[in-house]
Design a protein around this ligand. Structure first.
Ligand SMILES: Cc1cc2nc3c(=O)[nH]c(=O)nc-3n(C[C@H](O)[C@H](O)[C@H](O)COP(=O)(O)OP(=O)(O)OC[C@H]3O[C@@H](n4cnc5c(N)ncnc54)[C@H](O)[C@@H]3O)c2cc1C
Length: 470
């Protein structure tokens, strides 16, 4: 058994673990050991399909100290006019660069890829089986709690008959060159989340006929309109004004259904099929242009989840669906974020990274590192870093927003933390707010409207939550 010492042992080198390590390195003199079973930093981005991109602008994803992307606007495609979205390979390269150009050269970070955490501060090399025991002087940081399940590494939860062709979306761009390409003319997309939407958009853009695609959609989903997430000044009305509108919806809504109707009416949320009432909200983010493309797919199968794929039919919760035998099934059923019970983030000698702002795992991890570096006991730290649940159902969103607003209020009361947030590149709208010209009465009035509506939203949320629990 090898033995090493460190101040912090970070388990997981995905977006959360690296955003935490980056800020902790800048704010303290600590030594940090990072372990991960992947061969490269970047977590699930290493396993993603090649046409994946961020949901959100690159401008505020990654780590605090290093820009991702070059703040270009897309000039083609459905994201035209909006901030660029980094692709999976770009994100993986970014984290590689962070590791090799900042973390390791600092001399205070040790990185142990291809190693499984065994518990009790020990890890084992996947390649050699060598075991290492870590003496942790300060804390163990679990950066795996909200690690998403992605198609290429998850196991489908339904039966698949022999001979059925079921592939992850990763295989789609290789269809022309792989043995799987034989007669791939009919496609069934399984799943209704963002991965499924990405796969449909990719197929349509790559030349598949809309009629050749069937889409198994167990539930419909509300989607965030990407135009409301833009950090550029020309989008001020959509982003900051959009936040003010959303807070107004929370302040005036009388029920969850009324809230979502208001959020759609003010342009914050979109849905693919306006004749369906969504029951799911995972904060997947999309543009109106992508919605137009997705609406071209007419064959949407709403019979619940897949139970089995047989040679010539699908078995779904709601019955059978005949399918030609040469159908290619694309598995987009990995659940991304699994619901897990919330726990305090600061737990004496352990830190369990979770969201403190929705839906921002990178910002959340960096803020937790800042609080770890500069604040007192666990009680104070947990007060500043209340956990924000990731929503799944529509009612969940009320709980998420209540926790989000509570944190936002706590941060606004603390001058130092407020300033750190404002200066952080991971705070999407910080620069937009701080760069307002004092003569710009329209923008100042918008910010004032946002503040007043946020207070009114906080006051109305307990009523909405009570109505939801009846
Ligand atoms: C397609 C897609 C697009 C997304 N787009 C956005 C976006 O635009 N903006 C946004 O904020 N979020 C986005 N997300 C959410 C995403 O969950 C986060 O951005 C983030 O990448 C999650 O990082 P993580 O560190 O929590 O998890 P991961 O990236 O999964 O990292 C966890 C790491 O822990 C390692 N690990 C786990 N267990 C062990 C163990 N026992 N021993 C050793 N290592 C272990 C894993 O190997 C992994 O590398 C997206 C998610 C997906 C799937």
């Amino acid at each position: 058994m090898n033995r090493i010492e460190t101040d912090y042992l970070v388990i997981g080198s995905g977006a959360a673990g690296l955003a935490f390590a980056d800020t902790l390195l800048d704010e303290t003199d600590a030594r940090i050991a990072i372990i991960d079973r992947h061969g490269k930093p970047g977590g699930h981005w290493n396993d993603a399909y090649s046409f994946v991109t961020l949901h959100q602008p690159s401008a505020f994803y990654g780590v605090n100290s290093m820009a991702l992307g070059s703040r270009r606007k897309d000039v083609i495609g459905p994201n035209k006019g909006m901030d660029e979205l980094a692709s999976g390979p770009e994100i993986a390269a970014y984290y590689d660069q962070l590791m090799n150009q900042k973390l390791l050269p600092s001399g205070r970070v040790a990185y142990h890829p291809m190693c499984n955490h065994l518990g009790d501060n020990a890890f084992e090399s996947v390649l050699s089986g060598a075991r290492t025991q870590v003496h942790v002087r300060k804390k163990v940081v679990d950066a795996t709690y909200h690690s998403p399940a992605v198609p290429s590494t998850h196991a489908p939860r339904f039966r698949v008959a022999d001979g059925v062709r079921l592939l992850p979306p990763n295989a789609l761009p290789q269809l022309g060159v792989s043995r799987q390409s034989k007669a791939a003319r009919r496609f069934v997309i399984l799943g209704a989340g963002k991965t499924a939407m990405d796969a449909c958009v990719w197929l349509l853009n790559a030349g598949a006929e809309p009629d050749a695609i069937a889409w198994v959609m167990p539930r419909d989903s509300w989607l965030v309109n990407r135009v409301t997430t833009q950090p550029a000044p020309e989008f001020f009305d959509q982003s900051i004004g959009g936040q003010a509108d959303q807070m107004e919806a929370f302040a005036k809504a009388t029920s969850t259904a009324d809230l979502f109707a208001r959020l759609e009416a003010c342009g914050a949320l979109l849905r693919i099929h306006s004749d369906q009432t969504p029951t799911m909200f995972h904060l997947a983010t999309i543009t109106p242009g992508e919605i137009d493309l997705l609406r071209k797919i007419g064959n949407v199968i709403r019979k619940g989840r897949v139970q089995a794929i047989e040679a010539d039919h699908l078995v779904l919760d709601g019955g059978r669906e005949p399918m030609p035998t040469d159908t290619l099934y694309i598995d987009c059923t990995a659940s991304a974020v699994e619901p897990r019970p919330l726990q305090p983030i600061f737990q004496r000698d352990k830190l369990l990274l979770q969201l403190v702002r929705l839906p921002q795992p990178a910002f959340s991890a960096a803020l937790v590192a800042y609080v770890e570096a500069h604040y007192g006991d666990d009680e104070e730290k947990n007060r500043l870093c209340g956990t924000v649940p990731f929503p799944h159902t529509l009612d969940d969103y009320l709980r998420s927003m209540a926790a989000n607003l509570r944190n936002q209020f706590q941060w606004s009361q603390d001058k130092t933390l407020r300033q750190w947030i404002r200066d952080s590149r991971l705070d999407g709208f910080g620069r937009l707010m701080s760069s307002i010209d004092p003569q710009d009465t329209h923008k100042l009035a918008t910010v004032d409207r946002l503040r007043k509506n946020a207070v009114a939203a906080m006051a109305n949320l307990p009523r909405l939550l009570a109505a939801a629990s009846r």
